[in-house]
Ligand binder design. Structure first.
Ligand SMILES: Cc1cc2nc3c(=O)[nH]c(=O)nc-3n(C[C@H](O)[C@H](O)[C@H](O)COP(=O)(O)OP(=O)(O)OC[C@H]3O[C@@H](n4cnc5c(N)ncnc54)[C@H](O)[C@@H]3O)c2cc1C
Length: 530
């Protein structure tokens, strides 16, 4: 039947038939034709946007940014939550919330702070001294333990500096704390204090975290810039900052920004990088910068062809991807002290069980919002991210009723939390440096493989986990490629072109390694006796 119709068609007008065939063949060919570009930037988070900006600054305008989501920002992500008196929702940050370590007059400044000021991002100083302590019986003052921890921490800082300087074996933070005299053991109050001082920032326990790089990471952000953490409450969302940066080189609906596109395969060689997307489209690039999180890389969400070399894959598997989950509640009243920012809860049985509560209904934040949120990390995150909202809500409400036994704690009018560990474009929140892992091994996480470059918060040796880490690393990858493409090398002593990598790893990295070549641009020795 089909043959008969075709035959009729042929006799009825053979010119139009031939034209149809030609058009069909052409369409198939163009379907297979890949978009060509000089630099493919994989991911439109902070690192991707700053990489593109670095290229633009050097007049390299032939790039494509490929982004999974419908907007730029990546882990700088917000959502609508609850409602105001006029019934419109609030905007709360699901991901990055603080500018951490701002800067001092005349001293170095955190670039995220520079741009927060430039783009008028509303924020408020987080006063970590504004904290009340609780356990299962209600308010119980164990704030003296905060000082005990901080005294031990000061000793531990010096020990870490000694280990680094003398090229000794790294230890766990647990070992460092114990040697400095901090042993919380079965005291749940001490465990809660420790969680607030350590896990809340790193998303991992002291047992799992590197002593040396936990301390250097803290020094480089909070001693180099400043100890202040400013909490963003901008109702445009924190990513208004990134949109501001992007607006300096991307125009509205810029065809170089490919949104809602999921990369599935990356084929790299010494001649270029071919990228295949879930929708069947493809890109042929002279160079590519992959800014996907360690979580994405560890979960094999993208296939590399050929498989990444052992030194690279080992580094990817070695670094930790923490999960940090904020659980938001809105009530019809603020039944907690509206002038206190933080409320620390020590569970009688489980370390890290709904420990840190933060009021947004406080002057400077979202006053009158009746919103409070509680944060959990790591194993508790995995546990609650795998269960229903209803179950989590019941657990959270039971804790609140323990903390405030003398007041009527009503049911929340809004309740919500993200599930970072299950989110396919990040698989977790941010990276952490595991015990006993050298700077050289970290450098392997940064290093390019042929023409495929890597950048993101995790590739920052100095500022891993932070927005500014992603900012510096994106910029460096862009500058290195600009240098290869014949532009002036703006990466200073770090140089342009290939990153250094280490096929053979040693237990520690000598002091001489701590330089720009391995992503260590400034000294990490601050305020300690060296
Ligand atoms: C809950 C939470 C709290 C945080 N709090 C803070 C904080 O207070 N202060 C701070 O400084 N930092 C904080 N961070 C860390 C900070 O958000 C990150 O360091 C930073 O945003 C990472 O930027 P990036 O560009 O390296 O990665 P990303 O933001 O992850 O960007 C990578 C991009 O790649 C895209 N992508 C992934 N897979 C694919 C694919 N297959 N195809 C196409 N695109 C893909 C993603 O959608 C994403 O946009 C927090 C993070 C989280 C999650």
């Amino acid at each position: 039947m089909l043959f008969r119709n075709l035959a009729i068609g042929l006799t009825a007008g053979s010119w139009s038939f031939h034209r149809c065939v030609a058009v069909a063949i052409e369409a198939r060919a163009s379907e297979k034709k890949c978009q060509q570009t000089t630099v493919a930037i994989l991911g439109g988070g902070v690192a991707g946007i700053t990489a593109a900006q670095a290229l633009s600054n050097q007049s390299i305008t032939d790039f494509l940014i490929v982004e999974y989501n419908a907007d730029i920002g990546g882990r700088m992500a917000h959502t609508s939550f609850g409602k105001k008196a006029d019934s419109t929702p609030y905007v709360v940050e699901l991901g990055a919330n603080w500018v951490q370590g701002l800067g001092t007059k005349g001293g170095p400044e955190n670039p995220i702070w520079t741009f927060a000021k430039k783009y008028n991002i509303s924020n408020e100083y987080s006063n970590y001294s504004s904290i009340l302590t609780y356990n299962e019986t209600g308010y119980t003052d164990y704030s003296n333990l905060l000082d005990d921890f901080e005294n031990a921490y000061a000793t531990m800082e010096q020990d870490a500096g000694y280990i680094l300087t003398e090229n000794l074996q790294d230890q766990s933070t647990r070992t460092g704390l114990a040697l400095a005299g901090w042993k919380p053991k079965k005291s749940m109050a001490a465990q809660a204090v420790e969680w607030w001082e350590w896990d809340w920032e790193t998303s991992y326990t002291p047992e799992e975290s590197s002593l040396v790089f936990g301390i250097t990471g803290y020094n480089l952000t909070f001693y180099q810039f400043s100890e202040a953490n400013n909490f963003v409450v901008d109702q445009r969302g924190f990513n208004a900052l990134l949109k501001g940066i992007a607006s300096t080189f991307l125009k509205k609906n810029d065809p170089r920004l490919l949104l809602n596109k999921t990369v599935t395969d990356i084929a790299y060689s010494k001649d270029g990088v071919n990228i295949t997307n879930a929708d069947g489209s493809c890109i042929e690039a002279a160079y590519a910068i992959c800014t996907f999180s360690v979580g994405v890389l560890q979960n094999d969400a993208v296939a590399f062809k050929p498989a990444l070399p052992d030194w690279k894959q080992t580094a990817i598997e070695k670094f930790q991807m923490g999960t940090y989950t904020k659980i938001f509640l809105q009530f019809n009243e603020t039944f907690w002290d509206p002038n206190t920012q933080f409320f620390l809860y020590a569970s009688p049985t489980t370390r890290g069980y709904y420990p840190v509560w933060q009021s947004l209904s406080t002057p400077g934040f979202l006053p009158g919002s009746n919103i409070i949120f509680v944060t959990v990390v790591e194993r508790e995150s995995y546990r609650i991210e795998a269960q229903s909202d209803e179950k989590t809500k019941a657990e959270v409400m039971a804790v609140l009723r323990e903390m405030f036994p003398d007041v009527h704690v009503p049911e929340p009018i809004a309740f919500m939390y993200p599930r970072w560990s299950l989110t396919p474009w990040t698989y977790g929140s941010y990276s952490n440096w595991p015990v006993g892992t050298s700077l050289e091994m970290h450098q392997n996480l940064r290093a390019n493989v042929e023409r495929l470059f890597f950048a993101g918060e995790a590739t920052s040796a100095e500022y891993f986990g932070f927005l500014h880490g992603a900012w510096f690393e994106g910029r460096e990858a862009g500058e290195r490629i600009a240098g290869i493409l014949g532009k002036e090398c703006k990466n200073g002593d770090g140089g342009c072109g290939d990153y250094k990598s280490y096929e053979e790893l040693h237990g520690t990295s000598p002091l001489g390694d701590y330089g720009v070549v391995n992503g260590w641009a400034v000294s990490s020795f601050y305020d300690i006796g060296f």
